[in-house]
Design a protein around this ligand. Structure first.
Ligand code: UDP
Ligand code: MG
Length: 207
């Protein structure tokens, strides 16, 4: 069976007793607070019980303090704070270790991952997919040089690696609990998360 099939083999409906969102944050200040509030509204409309795990990756501005203050009025919000900046991959890794949900959303804190896509990813998870990743339709927002490197990265990867890395997909995705558990077992310290999401297998679906 094709690992990246677009329809589930058996139609089943899953529901999340708890849904988690992992949000890496670095020097986003007020934008992160606005984003987390918008994310909470989006999740509340989608599922009865959720948690938001914000991982402050050693921000040098007031990001951590602002998120902490928001937590006073948003009980679903949990904050992990790094001692220094370790990079997004490590922030996501920490978030995945602390997430307890049956399904876990990974999403940037700067509104670049559209919130209106989240319910679509979630419906795919409910239908039985395990690793539902958002795919960029185009890279019009990026420079020509960025587009050149992105296109050639996926082409090079395709010819060198045995796993099929979906082109133009990033961290924006929902992972089923079993995928999160599998990723959490991996010992890699220097992580390329996009590679690991694909490497662990399971039933994937692009949106
Ligand atoms: N981020 C992070 N650590 C970093 C850099 C970024 O946690 O060292 C967060 C950032 O706040 C954002 C996400 O990771 O939520 C993506 O970062 P950025 O917007 O810089 O990346 P891009 O949009 O270029 O992919
Ligand atoms: Mg960004």
């Amino acid at each position: 069976m094709n690992h990246y099939s677009t329809s589930p083999s058996t139609v089943k409906t899953r529901s999340a007793a708890l849904f988690s969102a992992v949000v890496p944050v670095y020097n986003e200040s007020l934008l992160a607070v606005e984003f987390i509030q918008a994310l909470a509204n989006c999740l509340r409309a989608m599922t009865p019980c959720f948690e938001i795990i914000a991982v402050d990756d050693g921000s040098k501005d007031d990001t951590a303090a602002r998120i902490k203050a928001l937590g006073l009025t948003l009980p679903e919000l949990k904050l992990l704070s790094f001692s220094r900046n370790f990079g997004k991959e490590k922030a996501i890794t920490a978030g995945l270790h602390h997430a307890s949900g049956d399904a876990v959303l990974i999403i940037d804190s700067d509104f670049q991952h559209p919130l209106e896509t989240v319910p679509i990813l979630f419906e795919r998870w409910q239908a039985g997919f395990d690793n539902i990743y958002a795919v960029r339709r185009d890279r019009k927002d990026q420079t020509l040089l960025n587009r050149f490197f992105a296109n050639n990265f996926y082409r090079l990867n395709q010819s060198l690696m045995s796993i099929d890395l979906p082109a133009n997909a990033g961290d924006f995705r929902i992972l089923d609990r079993k995928v999160v558990d599998a990723i959490n077992l991996l010992p890699e310290a220097n992580r390329f998360m996009k590679g690991l999401y694909a490497w662990v297998g399971f039933k994937g679906s692009p949106v």
